[in-house]
Ligand binder design. Structure first.
Ligand code: ADP
Ligand code: GLC
Length: 484
């Protein structure tokens, strides 16, 4: 099967979050089972610099812009990739969506409209590539216009749209809709119009043959007003064509036995060696080196979604308990400065790095005893899965993919050997504290049961194998039975 996988970021070339991890690994898993899956991504400077074997394959005129289409390979799996080289739109500093000062690029609508237009030309075999996909798999709002642009075309491939995070919708005003030159028929609440605004993500949800999100629980949650941001009605309407497929993780990038970033390799057969990574992590953060002090880790964007403020609330209690915390993240300035202030106060027990650091994120996964993920909502979440794979016990809120990937420690789950972490219900400091206290007591009192808990996590199948099969089924049904 021929699949065009459209994403605005892809690891290891350019990444702001988990979408990049998924785009960097799901296409590889699909190719591994015999598919012909090719990526299409914008030509940011990082992509042009890091992709392998880039060559010009065609030149296109799109709304007065000259676009060069490059072909190359991406990452360790060498996934075939088309790169939309349009310097006017993508050759910029900062990240894919923000200026170096942290503001949205004012022309984001135009930039991702162009990206969608080029993906559509490739999808229709009008880009001079002599290759036409049977399915276009679009991801998140930046690719939300692909399905609406394809819909009127007779020879169009089937379309699947994946929601990685409904909180980011790509909303713009009417003047932008006019400027983009979109067909006026799309300005209806059945298509792109959302409360008098242009919504990119709504286009993907309303006009793709199939829609999915990245965990079964989040698929249920976003059909409710609490999580649906006003799109719950549309998702309910599309329910028979909408599902949840839990992400996998890249076993090649995240393997404690073969991880160039960590101090000492280990596996379930050499679990005690994990301790060296803990001592190395304590050393790296200038904390007292002691293998018996419970060490908590956090890696992630510092935004409201992730519940970092809840971590701030429980920090004094955590410090009183004698535990240590290491945290890596970047994002909201207010959260950053609150964290920096607190780390000064508790400098002998808290280590904080503000920034983005791939290697350190691996060392935190390998060296911590517990990983904190108190998210308010979490479509899937990858870090709790990396934690499981690294024998680092996750503490998560029961929401989205966290609920689908971590089994709470209870007498029952301990007895039947399914427990993998600590799960709490309410998005408040006292619920989080309850789970942390439970973890600390278990850590201090359970002896070898802690290792069994951690190793149960390491034994979970978190690979892409099962989920890649699910995607294959979704592709096949959208070809056989278009949903529109
Ligand atoms: P989201 O996509 O909502 O940010 P995920 O858990 O799905 O959350 O994925 C986040 C990804 O980004 C993970 O691979 C995580 O390790 C990585 N990440 C987030 N923040 C940082 C950071 N400051 N440094 C290094 N990696 C980070
Ligand atoms: C989003 C979500 C995250 C998910 C990732 C990959 O960024 O916030 O929960 O794991 O996409 O699907």
């Amino acid at each position: 099967m021929k699949i065009l996988y459209a994403s605005s970021e892809v690891a290891p070339l350019i990444k702001t979050g988990g979408l990049a991890d998924v785009a960097g690994s799901l296409p590889a898993a699909l190719n591994h089972i015999g598919m012909d899956c090719r990526l299409i991504v914008p030509g940011y400077p990082q992509v042009l610099a890091k992709a392998d074997n880039l060559q010009k394959v065609s030149e296109l005129q799109v709304d007065g812009s000259t676009v060069t289409l490059l072909q190359g390979e991406c990452g360790p799996h060498q996934v075939p990739m088309y790169v939309v080289d349009a310097p006017r739109w993508f050759d910029r500093p900062g990240n894919p969506y923000l200026t170096p000062e942290g503001y949205n690029w004012p022309d984001n609508a135009d930039r991702f409209m162009l990206f969608c237009q080029v993906a559509v030309l490739v999808a229709l075999d009008r880009a001079g590539l002599d290759w036409q996909p049977e399915v276009v798999h679009a991801n998140d709002w930046q690719t939300g216009l692909i399905a609406p642009l394809l819909q009127p075309e007779e020879q169009r491939p089937a379309t699947l749209f994946t929601i990685h995070n409904l909180a980011y919708q790509g909303l713009f005003d009417w003047a932008t809709f006019l400027r983009l030159g979109l067909d006026k028929s799309l300005w209806t609440h059945h298509a792109l119009e959302f409360h008098d605004q242009l919504s990119f993500i709504k286009g993907g949800i309303a006009l793709s043959d199939r829609v999915n999100t990245v965990s079964p629980t989040y698929a249920e949650e976003i059909k409710t007003a609490e999580f649906g941001y006003g799109l719950e009605g549309l998702l309910q309407y599309r329910a028979s064509h909408f599902s949840g497929v839990l992400n996998g993780i890249d076993y090649h990038q995240w393997d404690p036995l073969n991880d160039p970033h960590i101090d000492t390799p280990y596996s379930i057969d050499s679990f005690p060696a994990k301790r060296n990574n803990k001592l190395a992590l304590q050393r790296e953060f200038g904390l007292p080196e002691d293998e018996y002090i419970p060490l908590f880790g956090y890696v992630g964007r510092l935004v409201d979604q992730k519940g970092v403020d809840l971590i701030l609330q429980v920090l004094p209690g955590l410090m009183d308990s004698g535990a240590q915390l290491v945290l890596l993240g970047s994002g909201d300035h207010s959260l950053q400065s609150a964290l920096e202030k607190i780390s000064n106060r508790y400098h002998s027990r808290v280590g904080i790095t503000i920034g983005y650091d791939e290697g350190l994120s691996h060392r935190i996964e390998a060296g911590s005893d517990c990983f904190l993920m108190p998210s308010r909502f979490e479509p899937c979440g990858l870090n709790q899965m990396y934690s499981l794979r690294y024998g680092t016990v996750p503490i998560v809120r029961r929401t989205g993919g966290l609920a689908d990937s971590v089994v709470d420690v209870t007498p029952h789950t301990l007895a039947n050997g399914t427990a993998t972490g600590f799960v709490f219900d309410n998005a408040d400091g006292s619920s989080l504290w309850g789970a942390i206290e439970h973890a600390i007591n278990f850590y201090r009192r359970s002896g070898s049961d802690w290792d069994i808990l951690a190793m149960t996590g390491m034994q979970q199948d978190l690979s892409w194998e099962a989920s890649a099969q699910h995607y294959l089924e979704l592709y096949q049904t959208s070809i056989d039975d278009p949903g529109l």
